[in-house]
Design a binder for this molecule. Structure first.
Ligand code: SAH
Length: 244
């Protein structure tokens, strides 16, 4: 059986930010599986079948991909950014649980440039000291846990990157998160709203916590909150590497 499965990251948008390893896997593949907007980024070619699906069925999508690989297909499951960051690699691992035959397949996770790192690079070096990444979507965890994690991270002065900050189905979450930040951090704390990084729609805005409003974020935005030492230097924002 020659089938294989790669779970690959397509980076934040710009083709130049796709790794050669991912390009090679795509060039070899017979099937590409993923959420509609990500699959749309793959150029159609003869011998390649594109399977675009809705975002809410990650486990089904992972199982379908594993089934195809088990049947001898060469399958790439695509995610934006990095496949291990709030994306398909964990969904495929979950689908492997209790499936010893699938566990013996040729499976590789191919990293990509995640949104927060692409955004940080555009801004300067806001993640130059300790930081954490928090998914603000409450699809897979309770809203109270998200707020508790933001409060705890801000309390020990982590810089933070927020993924999925705001969606039409839960417009109030991000407002509550701003409220938590305003309780814990000083009003001058720097925040970067980085939208559609490395695409033609890219928009990057640095504001203070006092100036931040909920409408600065949408589902194409990653939000970086600096730590208490994060500052501006010329056109850049950076966080010094030392905490003393
Ligand atoms: N696996 C992806 C994250 C998927 S979650 C990664 O590693 O980047 C989807 C969230 O990622 C979006 O809501 C947004 O917060 C962020 N995101 C993805 N691409 C982005 C881009 N080009 N610019 C800004 N944020 C992006």
């Amino acid at each position: 059986m020659n089938g294989w499965l790669c779970i690959a990251g397509l980076g934040p948008g710009d083709e130049q930010l796709i790794t050669p390893e991912v390009s090679a896997a795509l060039a070899d593949a017979t099937d590409v599986v993923g959420y509609i907007p990500y699959v749309r980024r793959i150029a159609p070619r003869e011998g390649l079948t594109l399977h675009a699906s809705d975002n809410r069925v990650e486990l089904d999508r992972a199982r379908a991909a594993l089934q195809m690989a088990a049947a001898g297909r060469k399958v790439v499951v695509v995610s934006s950014g990095d496949p291990g960051v709030f994306a398909m690699a964990a969904a495929v691992m979950e689908a492997l649980e209790g499936e010893p035959e699938w566990q013996r397949l040729n499976i590789r996770v191919l990293p990509g440039i995640t949104a927060m790192l692409a955004a940080a690079a555009k801004a300067g070096a806001p993640l130059g000291h300790d930081f954490c990444a928090i998914n603000l979507s409450d699809n897979l965890k309770p809203a109270a846990l998200i707020e508790a994690r933001v409060r705890a991270a801000a309390g020990v002065d982590f810089a933070m990157a927020f993924y999925n900050p705001r969606s039409a189905s839960r417009p109030e979450t991000f407002g509550r998160i701003l409220g938590v930040l305003r309780e814990v951090c000083e009003p001058g704390r720097l925040m970067i709203f980085a939208r559609a990084v490395s695409t033609p729609e890219e928009h990057i805005q640095t504001v203070t916590l006092a100036e931040a409003t909920t409408d600065m974020a949408d589902m194409r935005t990653v939000v970086i909150v600096g730590n208490s030492a994060t500052r501006r230097v010329g056109p850049f924002v950076y966080t010094p590497r030392s905490a003393v």
